[in-house]
Design a protein around this ligand. Structure first.
Ligand SMILES: O=C(O)C1=C[C@@H](OP(=O)(O)O)[C@@H](O)[C@H](O)C1
Ligand SMILES: C=C(OP(=O)(O)O)C(=O)O
Length: 411
């Protein structure tokens, strides 16, 4: 397995980074484009693996699709193909076959979809016999994955009589549901969301020109780098929307507590180190689950004890992220704990470690991207399977080099 040696620069340079496009927005726009038979291609489409997997599926003549590790692609395509006459198979990586999908499959079956599990009940791969769907009121849990809800919402205007979704219990990843609805609105779709009920009547999509925003989840690693740097040069992030539709845009405000100032200029979002970090960091990540790894590593490297909450969905992402964080932080000498349900805690416990750590990444792009900046406080760090970053941020390592990091492939 390839391994990368990441060496910290003496100083982070004054750098301009052009951030990748958001895969969440790109994948929604691809589905909405297909539903509206849109002649306008999406501008600034992501070149991530997850978006390529969806773009390939939507333009292929095949009936079997391998979506790899892409959660949104798996879930969005399942709903999309359920309403297209034909026989389809969707499969994915070994990990994808462990990521549950029955909430979505059950909902689609209730409105007339014919879907079978070809291996393990409740998990991909799926065999779908596409047909027209008859809308009704569906009840589904709001605290497992919002991607099931987004997948249903996007096809709702094409379902006979539309769809009413009643979300039961607390809603996790709510900003991603909002993002779906806001992008549907750009295609002329009307909906209502009152309390826990979203109503989308049957209606026509309008074909419109769209552009994907830069990725605020990717921005988090740059906020982290500035927080961990020893000098106060400016890192400027290009491509981000100031008034973004992404919930992860909250990351810039959250990093105030860790000593990073941000300011929008014509060139982009300017980050500078200033002030001292808080003495204890506590936050509920229910709305921004993808930021948890960035904060766990940053806080520990800054010696800021933390309590991260709302992490109940992290166990079913690219890997069990809570366990992965506990295992890999230990290699840097940090002892994290969890209640095994929904949190991660660090009360400052440390143990001696010798030599630079080799971080395993568990097929999870965010493990690689969140641990690499730890080179700034550990001089050097090794990252296993570095190609994993192509899931969302293919140029991540090249961008680190622009900021002055040494990045060298070993083995
Ligand atoms: O809809 C989306 O684009 C996403 C929703 C979130 O997943 P969950 O809804 O499963 O929490 C997030 O973690 C993922 O990276 C992208
Ligand atoms: C959880 C993620 O992706 P997905 O669920 O779409 O595979 C992610 O990118 O952090």
């Amino acid at each position: 397995m390839a391994k990368l040696k990441v060496t910290a620069p003496k100083e982070i340079k004054n750098t301009e980074i052009n951030l990748p496009s958001s895969k969440s927005i790109s994948n929604r726009l691809l589905i909405l484009n297909a539903l509206s038979y849109n002649p306008f291609p999406v501008k600034n489409l992501s070149d991530s693996d997850d978006t390529k997997a969806l773009a390939t599926a939507l333009t292929s003549n095949a009936s079997l699709f391998n979506v790899g590790a892409a959660g949104t692609t798996m879930r969005f395509l399942t709903a999309f193909l359920s309403r297209i006459v034909g026989e389809w198979i969707i499969t994915g990586s070994a990990r994808m076959k462990e990521r549950p999908i029955s909430v979505l499959v059950d909902a689609l079956q209730e409105i007339g979809a014919k879907i079978e599990y070809t291996e393990k009940e409740g998990y991909p791969p799926l065999k779908i016999f596409g047909s027209s769907l008859q809308g009704k009121t569906l009840e589904l849990p709001g605290n497992i994955s919002s991607q099931y809800i987004s997948a249903l919402l996007m096809i709702a205007p094409t379902v006979t009589d539309g769809l009413t979704l009643k979300l039961i219990g607390d809603i996790t990843s709510r900003p991603y549901i909002n993002l779906t609805l806001k992008l549907m609105e750009q295609f002329g779709i009307q909906y209502t969301w009152t309390n826990n009920t979203i109503v989308v009547p049957e209606q026509q999509f309008k074909a419109v020109e769209t552009k994907a925003e830069g990725d605020w989840s990717a921005a988090s690693y740059w906020l982290q780098i500035v927080a961990l740097s020893k000098n106060n040069n400016t890192v400027t992030l290009g491509g981000l929307d100031r008034y973004s539709l992404q919930g992860d845009a909250e990351v810039a405000n959250l990093f105030d507590q860790l000593g990073v100032k941000h300011k929008f200029s014509q060139k982009g979002l300017q980050l500078t180190k200033s002030g001292t970090p808080t003495r204890h960091f506590s936050y509920d990540f229910t709305d921004q689950p993808d930021l948890a790894q960035t904060f766990a590593v940053t806080c520990a490297c800054l010696n800021v004890p933390f309590h991260l909450k709302g992490l109940h969905t992290l166990k079913i992402k690219e890997t069990d992220r809570i366990n992965a964080l506990i295992n890999e932080a230990r290699k840097l000498g940090f002892i994290f704990t969890t209640n095994d349900v929904d949190d991660l805690k660090w009360e400052g416990q440390r143990e001696e470690v010798s030599g630079p750590a080799t971080i395993s990444t568990y097929h999870d792009h965010r493990m690689a991207m969140a641990f690499a900046p730890a080179a700034l406080t550990n001089d050097q760090i090794f990252i296993e399977d570095p190609e994993v970053v192509t899931k969302s941020y293919p140029d991540y390592w090249d961008d680190l080099v622009k900021a002055g990091f040494g990045v060298e492939i070993i083995e």
